[in-house]
Design a binder for this molecule. Structure first.
Ligand code: SAM
Ligand code: SF4
Length: 468
């Protein structure tokens, strides 16, 4: 089965796209029906350069973001368990040829310490990340690590959802991964453009383009509910990448009745010992990056968009408005980086044990305060996954607009927990004021308002982990 419909993508490209004003306005008007747009229409939107039209495009994306996600932003942090790697990705510091990198695979005790350090910041959702080579335990090392993270408890609770970003697995291996209660399995194709992919991944298991491309099919076949896809922007023409990504989504929807739960949109960042990362062959400008986010929001309204701390604070603020729904905060990309207590290196610099440099080096607390000051409510919700509302079940609720009636109350309740357990006075008073305003203006009926107020009283009284 064709996953990336290159014949169609190339045909769309060849026709060229000087967008006609009325055609763009027509697409934007239809986008407000919240049914997404096709590849051809997406390329028309990606080609918009006229300032007026661009503002219309952004306004539509903002409107869709508001309709579906309101002002919620889900927070998480990556936990790098190992930087050992068999591959030689030209852009990554963990690549095998990088002999200058300080290598380590954390022990289970170290992973428990990292988890405790992240829990002490208030994190409830983690993304486990690893290079493609595990210690002598092989893949069991990853499974043990997941179990270790879930097992760490403190008086303020525990990690409630672990997503994983690890190398592709076989169907049998995915089945074993599923037994460890993961949330989303994430994997980025990096570039969908096969000749470029082959050039940048010359050695190791990752050199197999097709095996990577078919990973999400295998994950679904193994019964995983939620998968996350992505592109590493900067490797090839971003217009092609978006069309190919939409083609991948269409393939999954046609074959499995459900698309990806999330899309990640990393841009290439400087990485120690990976010269290509300093001069991306197809660098994506800030303006084009904003357009990418807006067009994705319009094209696949119900798919979460994840933005990491690769981006700086100013870009992140704009991205939240345009469609991003999940963000990492306070991140480190070196194994052991949280419990070592080291400051991250300056933005743009690349340390010799990190995967890449960070654009946003602020602490979790600073990010949370900033989010609130810009009118967004941080959410630590994990309810859907814990209630089994995943994959198609999630989309069946999301598409008619029903899921948001759970999401906002859960955002409020999990944020209230965070405020009670981790916030200083300033944040606490701003946060609870925001919660009060939202209960009055954004919850849809009196019953729900009453229920949320009762739950909040329970949280103030010390009860935790309440969700609807
Ligand atoms: N090793 C596995 C793999 O490659 O799929 C999973 C983890 S890998 C550490 C996670 C992601 O980091 C990669 O998929 C890639 O998109 C991203 N990445 C690698 N080098 C990067 C860089 N220099 N800047 C930004 N992101 C990068
Ligand atoms: Fe290894 Fe993943 Fe980095 Fe490639 S991107 S070198 S596979 S860690």
């Amino acid at each position: 089965m064709t996953i990336i419909d290159n014949v169609n993508i190339n045909a769309i490209f060849r026709r060229g796209h000087t967008p006609d004003r009325n055609a763009v306005l027509d697409i934007l008007a239809r986008a407000r029906e919240l049914k997404g747009v096709g590849r051809e229409e997406a390329l028309t939107l990606l080609s918009v350069s006229d300032e007026d039209l661009l503002q219309e495009l952004f306004e539509t994306a903002r409107w869709i973001k508001g309709e579906i996600y309101g002002n919620r932003l889900v927070l998480f942090a990556p936990l790098y368990i190992s930087n050992l790697c068999e591959n030689d990705c030209a852009y990554c510091a963990f690549r095998k040829a990088n002999t200058g990198l300080v290598r380590r695979a954390l022990s289970q005790d170290e992973i428990a310490r990292e988890t405790a350090a992240l829990m002490a910041q208030g994190q409830k959702r983690l993304l486990l990340v690893a290079g493609e080579s595990y210690n002598e335990d092989g893949l069991d090392y990853v499974f043990k690590s997941i179990d270790t993270i879930y097992s760490v408890k403190s008086d303020k609770g525990n990690i409630r959802r672990i997503n994983v970003n690890i190398a592709p697995l076989s169907v049998e291996e995915f089945k074993r991964l599923r037994e460890h209660n993961i949330g989303t399995y994430q994997l980025f194709q990096e570039t969908y453009h096969e000749p470029t992919y082959r050039r940048l991944h010359p050695r190791g298991p990752k050199a197999d383009y097709r095996y990577r491309l078919e990973s999400m099919d295998r994950a679904f076949e193994a019964g995983l509910g939620d998968v996350g896809i992505g592109v590493l922007f900067g490797l090839y023409d971003w217009r092609y990448e978006i069309l190919a990504l939409l083609s991948h989504i269409e393939h999954l929807e046609n074959k499995f009745g459900v698309g990806p739960h999330t899309i990640s949109i990393p841009r290439l960042e400087p990485a120690f010992g990976a010269p290509l990362s300093y001069t991306p062959p197809h660098a994506v400008s800030d303006d084009d990056f904003k357009k990418i986010i807006a067009v994705l929001r319009i094209a696949v309204p119900y798919t979460g968009i994840i933005l990491s701390t690769r981006e700086n604070a100013a870009m992140r603020r704009e991205a939240f408005e345009l469609g991003v729904s999940q963000i990492s905060a306070g991140s480190r990309t070196n194994p052991g980086g949280y419990s070592l207590g080291e400051e991250p290196v300056e933005p743009g610099a690349a340390a010799n044990d990190c995967q890449f440099s960070l654009g946003d080096t602020r602490s979790m607390r600073e990010v949370v305060l900033d989010i609130v000051q810009h009118g967004h409510i941080p959410s630590f919700c994990t309810a859907c996954y814990r209630l089994g509302r995943v994959g198609k079940d999630f989309m069946d609720l999301a598409k008619p607009g029903l899921i948001k009636h759970n999401c906002l109350p859960n955002a409020i309740l999990t944020f209230a927990e965070y405020l009670g357990d981790f916030a200083d006075e300033k944040l606490r008073s701003k946060g609870f004021a925001m919660i009060e305003r939202m209960i009055d203006s954004d919850l849809q009926n009196e019953n729900l308002r009453k229920r949320v107020r009762e739950n909040l009283a329970q949280i103030r009284g010390g009860k935790r982990d309440i969700y609807v």
